[in-house]
Design a protein around this ligand. Structure first.
Ligand SMILES: Nc1nc2c(ncn2[C@@H]2O[C@H](COP(=O)(O)OP(=O)(O)OP(=O)(O)O)[C@@H](O)[C@H]2O)c(=O)[nH]1
Length: 394
């Protein structure tokens, strides 16, 4: 079934192959040449589909000739012309000459040539005029392959004006050949062929839309992943500095609007450099991750934590007074000091020093952070493994 669909939708099949399997097979192949190859393969396969459509039309013309409606010269000339245009287009793709044109698919010249052949048949054999006019209709439907609106309008104008001129020129001689059994069978074949090709186009567009929707979806997912990555610290999985600072900024706004208290804490691992030096950076990373998990478990769900720097974490304690913040941070500090760090390959215990600051209205975010930082460094100076209060805002 897939093979049948692939044959029915050649252009689309090639796009699939180009985007997926082939691209991955070639790995880091040159993107430009890949695009060119895809374009050529696409055009080649489309030409195959159009050639099949021409073969069908020529077969019907030979049928009309066999049934005595038209001279054999008509299908012969049409076959030669159709073979010539398919041959020329294929040659242009094979020699890559088509790539030197603005439209490598050669849509417009191909359309105009096909339309002129159809109009020629209308004029030469108006007694079967329904057939070339139907083919003209199919040709205009194939306009969906146009590379741009200008080509589409140009081809549509040629077809519309040409058809109108041919109808006026042939007048009453223009006919649907249904006066014999063979004529009716062939007319049925024309209608069936017409509907089949319209169906081909509809299914093609339908499949294209499905593919576009899938691509849009994966693009949306990729964008969401990129946005999440841009705000996430990859070692701990916590909010990164940018994200936690933005969050603090919005909490400051909320506190200013509602008057609710807001406290922050800067938590810094003591002698973290030693951990790295003794156990290596990987263990250091594991320690940061472990610590972040302990901290997340220790704070309330409405509080937020993010990695603020190397071994420093910022905790935003919303609707929290200074006393409560100190209490929560003291609990976190003693919990960290009593953790079983051997589970991640560390000997001895790990401690943290915490600087806590309470937001004073009209204080800037920089000032608030500076006060928490000051408290943190006072805690380090005081011997580490402690919670230190920030000096009051000026
Ligand atoms: N493993 C690991 N180490 C980091 C990361 N970011 C920063 N560091 C290290 O953290 C260490 C911080 O060292 P210092 O600023 O001297 O602080 P400290 O050793 O913790 O000493 P005190 O803060 O004074 O207790 C440095 O060695 C950094 O290389 C990280 O993502 N992973």
């Amino acid at each position: 079934m897939k093979r049948v669909l692939d044959w029915l939708y050649p252009a689309l099949t090639i796009v699939d192959a180009g985007d997926g399997s082939r691209a991955s097979r070639r790995g880091s192949g040159d993107a430009a040449s890949d695009k060119t190859a895809r374009l050529l393969a696409n055009a080649r396969q489309t030409t195959v589909g159009i050639a099949a459509s021409y073969v069908y039309d020529c077969a019907i013309l030979f049928g009309f000739s066999a049934a005595g409606f038209i001279d054999i010269e008509v299908p012969l000339v049409v076959s030669v012309l159709m073979a010539a245009i398919i041959g020329l287009v294929s040659l242009a793709h094979l020699t890559r000459w088509s790539l030197t044109r603005r439209d490598p698919t050669l849509f417009l010249p191909h359309q105009i040539f096909a339309a002129l052949v159809c109009l020629g048949v209308v004029v030469a054999a108006p007694q079967i005029g329904f057939q070339p006019l139907s083919t003209l209709f199919v040709t205009s439907v194939f306009g969906f392959l146009a590379p741009n609106t200008r080509s589409l309008i140009a081809s549509w104008c040629v077809i519309a004006i040409g058809a109108a001129a041919a109808v006026f020129y042939t007048g009453a001689r223009l006919a649907i050949p249904t006066d014999t059994f063979e004529g009716r069978v062939l007319t049925c074949a024309i209608v069936v062929g017409l509907l089949a090709r319209c169906m081909w186009v509809v299914l093609f567009v339908h499949r294209l839309r499905r593919r576009l929707a899938a691509k849009n979806e994966s693009l949306r997912e990729a964008m969401a992943r990129i946005e999440a990555l841009a705000l996430t610290d990859d070692v701990t999985g916590l909010a990164n500095r940018r994200a936690i600072t933005e969050l603090l900024s919005s909490h400051i706004g909320l506190s200013q609007r509602t008057g609710l208290p807001l406290s922050i804490a800067l938590v810094d691992v003591d002698h973290f450099k030693r951990i790295n030096d003794i156990h290596g950076h990987l263990t250091g990373d594991r320690a940061l991750k472990f610590l972040s998990e302990q901290a997340v478990a220790a704070i309330r769900v409405q509080d937020r934590i993010g990695r603020f720097g190397g071994e420093e974490f910022l905790i935003v304690l919303s609707a929290t007074t200074l006393d409560d913040a100190v209490h929560v941070m003291e609990r976190l500090r003693s919990h960290i000091a009593s953790c079983d760090w051997a589970s991640i390959g560390l000997e001895g215990r790990v401690t943290v020093t915490v600087g806590v600051a309470h937001f004073a209205s009209r204080e800037s975010i920089e000032m608030l952070l500076r006060r928490a930082d000051l408290a943190l460094y006072r805690g380090k100076d005081a011997g580490r493994n402690c919670v230190m209060l920030a000096p009051p805002a000026a």
